[in-house]
Design a protein. Structure first.
Length: 259
């Protein structure tokens, strides 16, 4: 539960990871996790708020697509028999010994194809360049690393969230309402290693509608400009009861990058 009194959006991505790992560990695909699997991208659509209670969050997942070197998993999340979210994850096998991507083997493709179902893609999000974006420092904690020795994919959502909350608390702060995440996509460019020197999150508004804005963010190395991930987040302006309300178009325009 977060400050808005519902399960935080980053926790959803953590639950998706647990379901995904559990699926892969149950069958013949388990060795793939040992040799290495990297997440290429996530797309998460939030359809309703979830409050922590005794009722489990139900996650149904299946394979949506199988390629030569990557595969896509699809998810539906339900709570109290109500559909609350949809998600997609693109993943690729990775050779931890050589530090390189690899193709799926014939056996792996066959096992994934056995779990495949026809799946409607999520609508694509509009994005934009971040020239002139606001920058926030990012320190990677030792506890952020996973068993592969680099920052876990879920932590990228937390990094972007911290920067987004700070950013929206500036010129776009609201006293009589709040911003609610409706959709968030993350595209991973390269693994993020631990180091003492801080990285950075660059963030800015790249689009807006009547009641929503699209915020783009990139996790970067400020020393050389290397981009580790790009995120696009649609947030909806709501009143205290969670009802959508119009955004102040003049304020949004003032903080847009490349308007």
């Amino acid at each position: 539960m977060d400050a808005q009194a519902h399960v935080n959006n980053t926790a959803w991505v953590d639950h998706l990871q647990e379901a995904r790992v559990d699926l892969l560990l149950r069958g013949p695909l388990a060795p793939m996790l040992d040799s290495g699997v990297l997440v290429v991208s996530h797309a998460v659509e939030f359809l309703g708020a979830v409050v922590a209670d005794a009722e489990p969050l139900r996650i149904e997942l299946w394979v949506a697509e199988v390629g030569a070197a990557r595969f896509t998993l699809a998810y539906e999340l339900s709570h109290h028999d109500r559909l609350v979210g949809r998600a997609r994850t693109v993943a690729t096998p990775y050779d931890l010994d050589t530090g390189t991507l690899r193709r799926l083997t014939a056996d792996e493709r066959a096992e994934l194809a056995a779990l495949q179902e026809d799946t409607e893609p999520l609508r694509p999000l509009a994005t934009g360049a971040l020239d002139g974006a606001v920058e926030f420092p990012l320190t990677v904690r030792w506890s952020d690393l996973d068993s592969y020795g680099h920052v876990n994919n879920v932590m990228f959502y937390e990094y972007v969230q911290e920067a987004r909350v700070a950013f929206l608390g500036g010129e776009l702060a609201t006293e009589d309402g709040m911003w609610v995440v409706a959709r968030q996509d993350m595209r991973y460019r390269r693994p993020l290693p631990h180091r003492l020197a801080p990285y950075a999150v660059q963030i800015g508004v790249v689009g807006h509608g009547r009641t929503s804005i699209t915020v783009a963010a990139e996790i970067v190395d400020p020393a050389d400009g290397t981009v580790f991930a790009h995120a696009d987040t649609v947030v909806v302006a709501t009143d205290r009861d969670g009802r959508p309300r119009p955004v102040d178009q003049s304020r949004v325009t003032r903080v847009m990058v490349n308007p």
